[in-house]
Design a binder for this molecule. Structure first.
Ligand code: T4K
Length: 384
């Protein structure tokens, strides 16, 4: 009986965890006309150079290099820093983070996360440092900034490089400073599902000016001029269509951020006081990337597990995601890596079974957000 009442709220169309921010089609066509006219469609073209300049201003950083996706950016960014041995990182991330280490023959040393933001626990990094450690690779999970000052302190003490996977952190400001200015290097993802997208794409921001040339070489087969190959590179260039899309998306990104702020506040209001539901992405003081809206489901307090809630929501045509599941430390190829032992990662093992990313994108109507919250509340009430 109770179930019938609830199911009257089923959405006619699927509500996905996110939807891409699509630029104005007419404006994109104008840019495509320019590209056709020029017959220059990739390899450091005009659109790409234009996007680089615009992004430098937007992100308030001095150096940026654009790539065909975030993963290639991270792989080549790590390569450019000449790292060796071990890199301390988090198990709670998308597979790309540790796979970028694998492709550089670097060993991830997994450090547990802290319960509030689910970012690497900066207080637990120092005991993991050995003579083989060359860097810290931290992730600003869901756009919540890591403890950047603490991480820098420990890195400076042991002369380690700091690389941030800032895939989710487009435009985040920490302590009044742009997130891309922290550490030695930050990687941003411009995938379709990100706040700012170029369909597929990515970028590195960095402080050392001398890295610019090296990154250009690494993403273009190590080719200097047309006949000298001076290092072993890859092909990881962003093409002109991607860059043109990016230029147009950039025009609407701040409006998208405002819409997402309103949605975030609506979720916060309407999820209040549901036992066992905690909001992870609550950025109060800092300017947020508004990348995901993620909750944690405490099975004891809520009455059912995160997995149960996810399946129930599907009955209402609501498609949430378990970002991130599984933990990277659980990949079979790390089974002999001592730091991947579940006993040394208690918080990560707890959180990985509780997180749930709810639908979150500017076009999601406020009424739909309220309905999603009501369904979650009703599902909880119906358990009692
Ligand atoms: N580091 C971190 C911390 C990351 O999260 C990521 C990527 C990376 C590194 C690597 O950056 P990239 O190399 O990707 O630039 C998605 C994205 O593909 C991935 O970029 C992202 N993180 C990850 C968290 O999410 P999936 O497998 O969950 O995506 P998918 O295809 O299931 O899409 C999710 C939902 O989005 C769909 O249910 C519907 C909607 N959607 C998706 C696409 C592609 C659309 O409405 N339209 C679309 O075109 O990985």
């Amino acid at each position: 009986m109770k179930e019938e009442i609830l199911l009257t709220k089923v959405f006619e169309q699927p509500i996905y965890v996110t939807r891409p921010l699509l630029p104005n089609k007419e404006e994109v066509y104008k840019k495509i006309d320019e590209i056709w006219e020029s017959k220059w469609i990739t390899n450091n073209g005009r659109q790409l150079r234009n996007l680089e300049e615009k992004l430098k201003n937007h992100l308030k950083i001095n150096n940026i290099s654009l790539f065909n996706n975030g993963t290639m950016a991270l792989i080549l960014g790590l390569k450019s820093l000449n790292l060796r041995g071990e890199v301390i990182t988090t198990p709670f991330t998308f597979p790309a983070t540790t796979q970028a280490l694998d492709w550089n023959n670097l060993t991830p040393i997994f450090c547990d996360i802290e319960p509030d933001t689910l970012n690497i626990n900066a207080d637990l990094i120092e005991p993991l440092i050995t003579e083989n450690t060359s860097a810290i690779l931290a992730v600003h999970v869901f756009g919540n900034p890591c403890e950047v000052e603490k991480i820098q302190q420990v890195a400076s003490k042991y002369n380690l490089k700091v690389i941030y996977d800032a895939a989710h952190a487009f435009g985040t400001i920490v302590n009044g400073k742009p997130i891309g200015s922290y550490g030695d290097m930050s990687m941003f993802s411009f995938h379709a599902t990100k706040l700012f997208n170029t369909i597929e794409g990515g970028a590195l921001t960095f402080n050392d000016n001398t890295l610019s040339e090296k990154l250009e070489l690494l993403k273009n087969f190590g080719l200097k001029e047309s006949e000298k190959v001076i290092l072993s590179g890859l092909n990881a260039k962003m093409n002109e269509i991607q860059a043109a899309i990016g230029l147009e998306v950039l025009n609407s990104v701040e409006i998208e951020r405002l819409k997402r702020d309103k949605i975030k506040r609506t979720y916060e209001t309407h999820l209040q006081n549901i036992p066992g539901i905690r909001i992870i992405t609550r950025l109060e003081k800092e300017l947020s990337s508004y990348q995901y809206f993620v909750i944690e489901v405490d099975e004891v307090l809520f009455g059912k597990s995160r997995d149960w809630l996810q399946k129930e929501l599907e009955k209402y045509n609501i498609y949430t995601r378990k970002y991130f599941y599984p933990l990277c430390s659980d990949f079979y190829w790390y089974k002999n890596n001592k730091s991947a032992d579940s006993l040394s990662l208690p918080q990560a093992y707890k959180s990985v079974n509780q997180v749930l990313a709810l639908p979150y994108y500017g076009d999601l109507s406020i009424q739909n957000v309220i309905t999603i919250c009501e369904i979650i509340r009703d599902l909880h009430i119906n358990l009692n």
